[in-house]
Design a protein around this ligand. Sequence first.
Ligand SMILES: [Zn+2]
Length: 45
Amino acid sequence: MKKIKVARRGRKCKHPSCRITLSVYNHGCFCCMHQNKANIEADTK
Ligand SMILES: [Zn+2]
């Protein structure tokens, strides 16, 4: 069985109004929803 590297548990999305706890498989600072939004905003700038 392969060991999957996971992030620390209990991290929260960094979006100010978001209280989603990030998955241990999400190594970013935002939940998947806000991660996508951040990417879109970066593209339009
Ligand atoms: Zn979020």
